[in-house]
Design a protein around this ligand. Structure first.
Ligand SMILES: C[S@@+](CC[C@H](N)C(=O)[O-])C[C@H]1O[C@@H](n2cnc3c(N)ncnc32)[C@H](O)[C@@H]1O
Length: 316
C-alpha cells in the first residue's frame, strides 16, 4: 500500500481528506496503490451481472452512495454517468434515509479525474429535476428503504430509455404484492414479489423482465477474507489519517475486537473509528466464526423459502 507521493502535494492533500473520513460503505479503486476503506467490493458488478460493456450508453445511478457503480460505469465505456443520491454537505452520515455525505464521492471524482456528474436529487424527483432519460438506469438497494417505493419505481421507469436494473430482495409469494416486511427487530423493509415486478413493468411499457438470483456466499466470503479482526490495546491513540502530520483525534480504552479494512503506511483503518498504529492492535483469529456461519446458513434457508437477494432487469 505504500507509495512515494513525490511532490504531488495536491494528490496527497486529496488522499488525506479522503482518509480523514471514517464512514465508508463502498471499496472504490482510486489508483493502483489506493482504495477506499469500504466493505462492498467492485467485484459485485460481475456478481450481480451488470453489463460489461456500456460503450456509447448513458447511465443513471440512483442512490449512488460513495459512487462505486458510477465510477465503474464510466470505466466500462458509458458516455455519460450521473450519480444521484440524497447527498448532503453536513458531514458524515451513516443512515440510509437522512442523506448521504457528498464529500466522499466528490473527493474520489477529483482524485480519479473522473467526468461523472454528481447530482443531489431524490428518487422521487428524477423526472422533474433531471428532465432526461437514460439508456441504462441502475438502482441498487434503495426501494426497500423508501416511504413510498411505488413513486420511486414510477420515477425509475419514466427515466429509463432501454434498460432498468434494480437490485432488491424479492419474495416468492405467488401473487403480485408489494409489502412491508419485518427484517429484524424494528427494522421494516419493502419487498415486492416476482409477480408484482412483472405486472408493474408490463403496465409501464416494458417488454421483457428477467430475474437473476444472487448467490450471497462469494460476497460473504470475500468480506470475511479481506477483513481480519483485531483486538486493540488499552488507551491507544486514534489518528485522523495514515500520512505524515496526522493528528490524534481521540483515545480508545476498551478492548474491542474490530475488523480492519485497510493498512496504509503501518496504520490500520477501522470503520467508524479512524486509524491506529498497527503495533497497537493485535490480530486475532480471522477465520469465519462458526456461530456466524450457522446463523448465515439459517438465514439463507429462511430466505430460500421467502426472500431472495435478486437483480431485476426490465427492458423497453
Ligand atoms: C443501501 S444503500 C445502497 C447504495 C448503493 N446503491 C449500493 O448498491 O451500494 C441505499 C442508498 O439509497 C440512498 N437513498 C435513500 N433514500 C433515497 C432517496 N429518496 N432518493 C435517492 N437515494 C436515496 C441512501 O442515501 C443510500 O446511499
Amino acid at each position: 500500500m505504500d507509495r512515494i507521493l513525490g511532490n504531488d502535494d495536491k494528490t496527497l492533500e486529496n488522499l488525506k481528506d479522503l482518509f480523514s473520513i471514517h464512514t465508508w460503505r463502498q471499496r472504490i479503486t482510486l489508483d493502483k496503490h489506493y482504495i477506499t476503506p469500504g466493505y462492498l467490493f467492485e467485484k459485485e458488478w460481475e456478481i450481480i451481472g451488470l453489463p460489461n460493456n456500456l460503450d456509447g450508453l448513458t447511465f443513471l445511478d440512483v442512490g449512488a452512495n460513495d459512487g462505486m457503480y458510477s465510477f465503474l460505469a464510466e470505466k466500462k465505456g458509458s458516455k455519460k454517468v450521473l450519480a444521484t443520491d440524497i447527498y448532503i454537505n453536513e458531514g458524515e452520515c451513516l443512515s440510509m434515509i437522512e442523506g448521504w455525505d457528498i464529500r466522499k464521492i466528490t473527493l474520489i471524482k477529483k482524485y480519479k479525474n473522473s467526468l461523472i456528474d454528481i447530482v443531489p436529487v431524490s428518487i422521487y424527483q428524477l423526472v422533474d429535476k433531471l428532465r432526461e432519460k437514460f439508456d441504462v438506469v441502475f438502482c441498487g438497494n434503495v426501494l426497500a428503504w423508501l416511504n413510498d417505493p411505488l413513486i420511486g419505481l414510477e420515477q425509475l421507469c419514466l427515466s429509463t430509455k432501454k434498460m432498468l436494473i434494480i437490485r432488491e430482495d424479492i419474495s416468492n409469494i405467488n401473487k403480485p404484492v408489494l409489502e412491508k416486511v419485518r427484517q429484524n427487530g424494528n427494522k421494516f423493509n419493502w419487498i415486492g414479489s416476482k409477480k408484482f415486478y412483472i405486472d408493474y413493468f408490463k403496465s409501464m411499457g416494458f417488454t421483457k423482465v428477467e430475474f437473476r438470483i444472487i448467490d450471497e456466499w462469494p460476497i460473504f466470503l470475500e468480506r470475511k477474507t479481506y477483513f481480519p479482526h483485531f483486538e486493540l490495546k488499552d488507551n491507544i491513540n486514534v489518528f485522523n489519517h495514515p500520512f505524515s502530520d496526522n493528528e490524534i483525534i481521540k483515545k480508545v480504552n476498551n478492548h474491542k475486537i474490530l475488523p480492519s479494512l485497510l493498512n496504509v503506511n503501518g496504520f490500520l483503518y477501522f470503520n467508524e473509528l479512524g486509524w491506529i498504529k498497527e503495533d497497537e492492535a493485535k490480530k486475532v483469529d480471522s477465520s469465519i466464526p462458526k456461530n456466524y456461519i450457522k446463523r448465515k446458513i439459517f438465514e439463507w434457508k429462511f430466505r430460500k423459502n421467502s426472500l431472495q437477494n435478486c437483480v431485476i432487469y426490465a427492458y423497453k
